[in-house]
Design a protein around this ligand. Structure first.
Ligand code: ATP
Ligand code: MG
Length: 285
């Protein structure tokens, strides 16, 4: 059975999508895992990183994104969602990466999300609007070792759909004051959601992103986080801030992960991050 992990933080721009993409690529290429990526963010960043903007436009026109799934959930007369057609196989611009599939996002999800919220508001006790994603993925989940879910930076209905599917979650954060500010509130909200929906969602760990080794502030914040007993685990592989990681957002072909992310520490950090997440997932999930 696949283990499903959501990457979540209410703070925007902390590296959620970059971490999700790298984890999928390293899980597949370095650790032989079969991975399904689920892009729940209407910003579609993960989708365009994995298949490029042109392909995304085609998929959107063909109705092969998650917008079709959620539209149908709020409007039974809308087109049916065909998961086999929506699944994009062997994505990633890195040739050495095999075995990463994707369910693409769409900008149309911005409006559709409002429809889901109205549905939830009209019938607060109904579990249906938060079960949409899980029900759709259930028939194909066994094909994968890991399902990685990239959530938007909010706790709206799309994120709740992601959490309903998730067995665990990772919190990517920049080790600075503003980025780490809302973490206890986020943990509490996830816990409340898990209690209400009656399933367990384990915190797998905090992932330090955009780490600057020359920054005293970064180092002292990481020390604080490590001491904080409200935090289950600070993953001991910090992703450095690096131009090559920022550039990896552009969809251009690469031969290898070392080429894409750079071999001056980034590759090793991302590999170690992935190894630790896999170990933690096996223990916790
Ligand atoms: N380690 C890194 N070094 C340098 N730049 C990075 C790194 N990680 C992410 N970035 C850049 O920082 C920006 C935000 O990253 P990303 O999109 O992954 O964050 P996010 O948390 O998913 O954002 P959002 O909340 O908008 O979804 C992007 O431009 C990305 O390329
Ligand atoms: Mg993102």
């Amino acid at each position: 059975m696949a283990r499903a992990i959501a990457t979540i933080n209410l703070k925007g721009g902390v590296g959620k999508t970059t971490t999700t993409a790298a984890l999928a690529e390293f899980m597949a290429a370095e650790f032989g895992q079969r991975v399904l990526l689920v892009d729940l963010d209407p910003q579609t960043n993960l989708t365009t990183m994995m298949v490029g903007e042109e392909r995304w436009k085609e998929l959107n026109e063909l109705g092969r994104t998650l917008a079709t799934l959620f539209r149908r959930a709020i409007d039974p007369t809308a087109d049916e969602f065909d998961i086999e057609k929506a699944l994009q196989h062997d994505v990633s611009p890195v040739r050495a990466v095999r075995g990463v599939d994707l369910l693409a996002s769409s900008l149309d999800l911005i409006e559709i999300q409002e429809g889901l919220s109205h549905q939830q508001y009209a019938d607060p006790e109904s579990a249906r609007p938060i079960e949409v994603l899980r029900s759709a993925i259930a028939p194909i989940a066994d094909r994968y070792d890991y399902i990685l879910i990239d959530c938007p930076p909010n706790l709206g209905m799309l994120t709740f759909n992601g959490l309903r599917l998730a067995d665990g979650y990772l919190i990517p954060t920049i080790p600075d004051i503003l980025s780490t500010y809302g973490i206890p509130q986020l943990q509490a909200r996830v816990q409340k959601f898990a209690d209400k929906s009656g399933h367990r969602i384990r915190e797998i760990g905090l992932v330090i992103t955009k780490y600057r080794s020359a920054s005293n502030l970064h180092r002292s914040i990481i020390e604080q986080l490590q001491r904080d007993d409200r935090i289950a685990n600070v993953v001991p592989a910090w992703v450095p801030e690096a131009n090559q990681i920022a550039a990896s957002a552009e969809f251009v072909p690469y031969g290898t992960l070392k080429r894409k992310y750079g071999n001056t520490g980034q590759f090793d950090a991302l590999r170690m991050l992935t190894e630790t997440v896999l170990m933690n997932a096996q223990v916790y999930l």
